[in-house]
Design a protein around this ligand. Structure first.
Ligand code: TEU
Length: 609
């Protein structure tokens, strides 16, 4: 009888591990699950008793743009062996997760966001063995690896598309969105990267148009086709079975389309970016993805939440919906951008009260369930110190430290972009010839065709172009900043002679060493990770002040987002008998009673007693 019982138990265990009890226990809500391999949580006893803990809530995510991180073979392009050579550096930062921008086979029309083989490594980046060695090297150092799943579209050089465009009866035809030309031109769809802003490309081979929200070389995949969805799930299992710890999901809100392709509803008032995220079966597909793949692994998922506004985010990340775990949004990024202009900053700058209100609203959304993300930069954004701080000589380091403090003291998983730990700033190209990004190049061509203001565009791009954050990582003050022995694929910022890892390692007060201290403070503090957020003086134009409270631990964060000296009066509703400074980007501070005299770009975290 005993043997039969253990046999039944083993059968149940096998069933549980290969099939999910999707209705109530999933990877999302962290209830005890029968993962084959479950990651350990931070053993710090200070975290004992905290509910719904998760490694992906506690670890800091460090995004690597592989093309620009470290080149090991002198071809001027970053590669996986280059990353392997810097694994101890990553460990020294204290980060827990690496988000690696796409490393899969690609013709690089959009620097890897146009994938031609989802189960192969880009040849410029190395081999699958290199990848396996990198993954092991990260895991050996306690660092998890999250890959970038680009599944809204593939490259037009993917075998699927080659087959699909070859004939209307090819078995892969329905892997993409085709519109037969005999039906006339389909209703307009706007394209992010097309020179004519047109997302339909006519293809004479089968006398039909295909859809591409992004470049012509990035045809949109047809998720309405269950065969295509199963192909994507197979790709996900391939990487998860290798031990990859999650996916950042590129423009995932766009994957479902109304395949009748009607004119965009008037209610959207021409907002294609928003409209694309309202496909009819989006959540059906995310729930199917979770049931078929995600809930079987102890992994994390984060949606690039393009087009998703605050009132929809819980549809993606509420645990009971069994979809994804996190979503990052762009609402805050519009602050200080001129409306109806292409990525052009308002010369008056951004509004700190607006920034505080957006982040406070998003924090309130996750007060009861789901989990937020906190970021100020990534490979699509300019360098955070240029965009949100002050990158002049006087304040570049101070404001970099302040922004780092903000990202790692708000509630939500901190997403940190490679090079920001050095205070790397925008390169501000003077000529379109310096740009490599299809978005900048094709926008320039669009303006040339339409008689737009080319010089004005170049000036605006100095502040907002994506290439600003893609210049090579600055390792030392040697040739090419130690990034490559060859000619870098993109120019190196000339400030590399003093803004670099080697110099900053040697300076106890560098941006880099401040970042390391802030990472350690974040990891040691339940309040900074899980604590309730409360903002004060939200209309103050210069100071962002908030508390984080978890049990008895209370932290007060005060950030002076300005070039001014400000006497900040700690809000009377913040009750404390004493306080202890936990981190400060200045060596001294003047406090009289409840008034803290904040120097320009001063950041302080006080523990309150
Ligand atoms: O970004 C989606 C997207 O909208 C970006 O193109 C970005 O917001 C744009 O710069 C706005 O002007 C994802 C990737 O992060 C991006 O790098 C890719 O180019 C894009 O999708 C296509 O895959």
């Amino acid at each position: 009888m005993k043997h039969i019982n253990s046999y039944i138990f083993l059968m149940l265990l096998a069933f549980a591990s290969c099939n999910c009890f999707a209705q109530n226990t999933t990877a999302n809500d962290n209830k005890e699950h029968t993962f084959l391999y479950k990651k350990q949580l931070n053993p710090n006893p200070a975290f004992n008793g905290i509910k719904q803990r998760a490694w992906w809530k506690e670890d800091i995510v460090y995004q690597i743009y592989p093309r620009s991180f470290k080149d090991s073979d002198g071809d001027g392009i970053g590669d996986i062996k280059g990353i392997i050579s810097k694994l101890d550096y990553l460990k020294s930062l204290g980060i827990g997760i690496v988000w690696l921008s796409p490393c899969f086979a690609s013709p690089n029309d959009d620097n890897g966001y146009d994938i031609s083989n989802y189960k192969a490594i880009m040849k410029e980046f190395g081999t699958m063995q290199d990848f396996d060695n990198m993954l092991k090297g990260m895991h050996d150092r306690g660092i998890k690896l999250v890959l970038d799943l680009v599944a809204n579209h593939s490259s037009d050089e993917h075998e699927w598309f080659k087959q699909s465009r070859s004939s209307r009866t090819n078995p892969y035809r329905e892997y993409y969105h085709w519109w037969p030309a005999e039906r006339g031109k389909p209703a307009h769809r706007w394209s992010f990267f097309d020179v004519n802003e047109d997302a339909w490309k006519y293809d004479s081979l089968t006398n039909a148009y295909y859809l591409h929200y992004f470049s012509q070389k990035q045809p949109d995949l047809n998720w309405e086709n269950p065969k295509l969805r199963q192909e994507i799930y197979s790709i996900m299992r391939f990487w998860f079975d290798k031990g990859v710890d999650g996916f950042r999901m590129d423009v995932i809100p766009y994957i479902s389309k109304d395949t009748s392709f009607p004119p965009i509803p008037k209610s959207f008032n021409g907002d294609y970016v928003g409209y694309y995220s309202y496909g009819p079966h989006l959540h059906d597909y995310l729930q199917e993805m979770n049931k078929e793949v995600l809930c079987k692994y102890d992994i994390t998922t984060v949606a690039e939440g393009i087009g998703v506004n605050a009132d929809r985010v819980q549809l993606f990340v509420a645990p009971e919906r069994n979809e994804l775990q996190m979503l990052y949004q762009g609402e805050a990024l519009g602050n200080g951008m001129l409306p109806r202009e292409f990525k052009k900053l308002d010369p008056k700058g951004y509004s700190l009260p607006v920034l505080k209100k957006v982040y406070t609203k998003w924090d309130s959304i996750f007060a009861l369930k789901g989990w937020n993300t906190i970021f100020l930069a990534n490979h699509d954004q300019p360098r955070m110190v240029t965009r949100w701080g002050n990158d002049n000589d006087q304040y570049r380091e101070l404001s970099s430290k302040l922004l780092t403090t903000f990202i790692m003291s708000m509630r939500g998983t901190a997403y940190y972009y490679n090079g920001d730990e050095l205070g790397m700033s925008n390169i501000k190209f003077d000529s379109i010839g310096d740009y490599k990004d299809i978005e900048s190049i094709n926008r320039y061509k669009f303006l040339q065709k339409t008689g737009g203001d080319l010089q004005g565009f170049i000036e605006a791009q100095k502040m907002t172009a994506r290439d600003n954050s893609r210049t090579p990582m600055q390792w030392d003050n040697q040739k090419n900043a130690g990034f490559s022995s060859g000619t870098p694929w993109l120019k190196v910022n000339s400030n590399y002679t003093w803004v670099n890892v080697d110099s900053e390692n040697k300076d106890a007060h560098s941006v880099l060493n401040y970042c390391r201290k802030m990472v350690q403070l974040h990891k040691s503090s339940p309040a900074l990770i899980y604590g309730q957020y409360q903002v004060y003086d939200i209309d103050d134009p210069f100071v962002y002040a908030y508390t984080r409270t978890q049990g008895k631990e209370r932290m007060l964060i005060v950030l002076n987002f300005s070039n001014k000296v400000v006497d900040y009066q700690i809000n009377s509703s913040v009750l404390y008998k004493g306080m202890k400074e936990r981190i400060n980007n200045y060596s001294s501070t003047t406090i009289k009673g409840r008034t803290v005299t904040l120097k320009p770009w001063q950041a302080i975290i006080y523990q309150l007693f």
